[in-house]
Design a protein around this ligand. Sequence first.
Ligand SMILES: *Cc1c(COP(=O)(O)O)cnc(C)c1O
Length: 366
Amino acid sequence: MIKFLDLQKVTAKYSEEIREAVRRVVDSGWYLQGEENKRFESDYAKYIGTRHAVGVANGLDALIWIFRAYVELGVMKPGDEVIVPANTYIASILAITENGLKPVLVEPKLDTYQIDDSLIEEAITPRTKAVLIVHLYGQCAYTDKIGELCKRHGLKLVEDNAQAHGCVYEGRKTGSLGDAAGHSFYPGKNLGALGDAGAVTTDDELLAETVRALANYGSTKKYVFKYAGRNSRLDEIQAAILDVKLRHLDEDVELRKLVARYYIENIKHPDIVLPKVDNWERHVFHIFPVRSGRRDELQRYLTERGVQTIIHYPIPPHKQECYKEWNGLSFPVTERIHAEELSLPISPVMTEVEVKEVVEIINAWD
Ligand SMILES: *Cc1c(COP(=O)(O)O)cnc(C)c1O
């Protein structure tokens, strides 16, 4: 079988270095808020190109803490609006509603799956305080138009960079393009831990310090609590593992791109739409999404022939039970993407033979 993502193989590639890092932490006797966190935060900030990186427990918390920090700092208050793409993973939306803020869903473009920047301005109201862009599937969602709009309307620009570690826009990494960014290091992400982990990056020192406090019970000093925070820390073992994997991130991203390039150049089928890539720097292919009006049939066909695929995602946020109040809303482009999207296997450990086999099987589909 050709796996969607062979995590065992992904880890095995760096197993010696990972074991060495874990052993170092085990032997150190220091398991939280120590040197490993400091080193990873410093290396990750340098990689992304921001002044600060704050390690937190997971990617959802990273996004939650950014908005919570803005609320604590008086930049936003409950009831304020945040513009967000309608076709994102639920975590982007949860981070907004968790803080009593109101998500305003905006349709994506059908060809790139990224937020349609021509629809943002008409969604802005006097209550709008931020735009949360999501670099979905690993493709850069930022455009100069979005940056300019946010400046002109005095909005915070927040990035959900959970799927796009290593993505570059005009020489700058995603995660450094806005006011703050949330990163997930869920094991399956391009930069994945061996468990849950996340980070916030920003140039804003006050924001970074507020996030750091919120994720540590709201504490600014031992036993002094400025905010009613939570325990949402990154542990030393994960930080040590992430620092190892960060060193190999760029080469792994290049390997993903080789797979993507081969798919794009060789998959030829009238009922399959391939991803549109204008600029190869701006896509790190966390996911290789194709679309088909016969999606479910295609998935069944591939399963029968031993090719594992996943749908990202079967139900859009506005149709989820947890957001009943939106169930009646209509987002035709989003709904179409959710009805037609299928993600093909892609990873830095896929072999050439596997990639060729996937292409042959797809091209033979009738
Ligand atoms: C994975 C993901 C998250 C959440 O990250 P976790 O670490 O799983 O909490 C947020 N946003 C997007 C777009 C994601 O893909």
